[in-house]
Design a protein around this ligand. Structure first.
Ligand code: ZN
Length: 279
C-alpha cells in the first residue's frame, strides 16, 4: 500500500496518481486533524485512507495548489556532508570514516517552490534525498531501519559557502541554515512508491543547465546506516528528517555560485520536482 502526502495551506492532504489532492481532515471524517506533522506519525491511517481515494471527492488539483513542506516542523533536521565519493573528490576532501552529521535548523525548512533568500555571493545548491522518520526509536539496527521510515521526499541543502567556511573548523550548521535554505518536497511518498528505495535517481538544474546527476545507490553511508548511526546518539522521533547528502556538481567547485534570479530545479525520480527561485 502506498500514499503521497502533501502540505497545502498548512493542511495535510493525500494525493492520487492523477494529481488530485484530498484534504486529510475531511477525508478521514475528522479522525485525523489538519497538521501534516500529526499525519506523519499515522502511517497506518495514511495507507488505509489512500485506499479510499477512488470513491472520494477531490479537494483540488495539486498543480494549482501552493505547496508547503510536507514536513513543515521537524523536531530535528539532520543532514549528512560528504556522503558521495565523487562529491568528496570534487571537494578535495578525504572520505569520512564515520557519517559527517550536521544540523539544518528546522527554521530554514520551506516549501518545494519557495524563493531562496540568498544574502550571500557564495550561495550554492545541493540536491538531496530526504528521509522522514515515522516510527521513532533509539539504537535502531540497520536491518530494521526502513521500518522506521514513513516516507521519502526531496530537499535542497542550500549553502552559504562563505559563511560555512568563515570559521575554522567550518560551521556547517550556520552556513546551511539561513532562513529559506531548506526547501523540501514536493510531496512525501511512501518508500514503496519509488522503484528502488536504495537507488533513487537525483538531478539538479540551474537555469536549465544540468549541474548534478546521481543516485542514492552511490551513498557512502546508506539510509539504514545513517538511521543506525544517528539513533545510537539521539532518540529519533516521528517527523524528524535526514538530508542524506548530495552528489557531485555543486557550484563551489567551479565558482558557479547562485545569483538572484537563478532558478534551481531539483528532481528525484518517483518523488517529484522542486523549483526554487533565488532572490
Ligand atoms: Zn548537503
Amino acid at each position: 500500500m502506498t500514499f503521497r502526502l502533501a502540505n497545502i495551506d498548512d493542511r495535510a492532504a493525500l494525493v492520487d496518481s492523477d494529481g488530485n489532492y484530498y484534504d486529510l481532515e475531511h477525508l478521514s471524517g475528522k479522525r485525523l486533524g489538519p497538521d501534516p506533522m500529526h499525519a506523519i506519525a499515522q502511517s497506518d491511517q495514511l495507507h488505509a485512507l489512500d485506499a479510499t481515494l477512488g470513491s472520494a471527492e477531490p479537494t483540488g488539483s495539486l498543480a494549482a495548489a501552493e505547496l508547503g513542506s510536507p514536513v513543515p516542523r521537524p523536531r530535528n533536521s539532520y543532514a549528512i556532508g560528504l556522503n558521495y565519493r565523487a562529491h568528496v573528490a570534487e571537494a578535495s576532501m578525504d572520505a569520512p570514516e564515520a557519517p559527517l552529521v550536521f544540523t539544518k535548523f528546522p527554521s530554514c525548512i520551506v516549501g518545494p517552490n519557495a524563493d531562496v533568500d540568498l544574502r550571500t555571493e557564495a550561495g550554492d545548491y545541493e540536491a538531496e534525498l530526504v528521509v522522514v522518520i515515522g516510527v521513532g526509536g533509539r539504537d535502531i539496527a540497520a536491518e530494521d531501519a526502513w521500518d522506521h521510515v514513513v516516507g521519502l521526499t526531496g530537499g535542497q541543502d542550500i549553502s552559504d559557502r562563505a559563511l560555512q567556511f568563515a570559521a575554522k573548523p567550518p560551521h556547517f550548521d550556520l552556513g546551511k541554515s539561513r532562513d529559506t535554505y531548506g526547501p523540501v518536497g514536493p510531496v512525501m511518498v511512501s518508500p514503496d512508491l519509488v522503484a528502488d528505495r536504495d537507488d533513487v535517481p537525483i538531478t539538479c538544474d540551474v537555469n536549465g543547465e544540468r549541474r548534478q546527476t546521481g543516485s542514492t545507490s552511490q551513498l557512502i553511508f546508506d539510509v539504514p546506516a545513517l538511521i543506525a548511526y544517528i539513533s545510537a546518539v539521539t532518540t529519533l522521533t516521528p517527523g524528524d528528517i535526514i538530508f542524506t547528502g548530495t552528489p557531485e556538481g555543486v557550484g563551489a567547485v567551479d565558482g558557479k555560485f547562485l545569483r538572484p534570479g537563478d532558478t534551481i530545479t531539483t528532481t528525484l525520480a518517483g518523488i517529484g520536482t522542486l523549483t526554487n527561485r533565488c532572490r
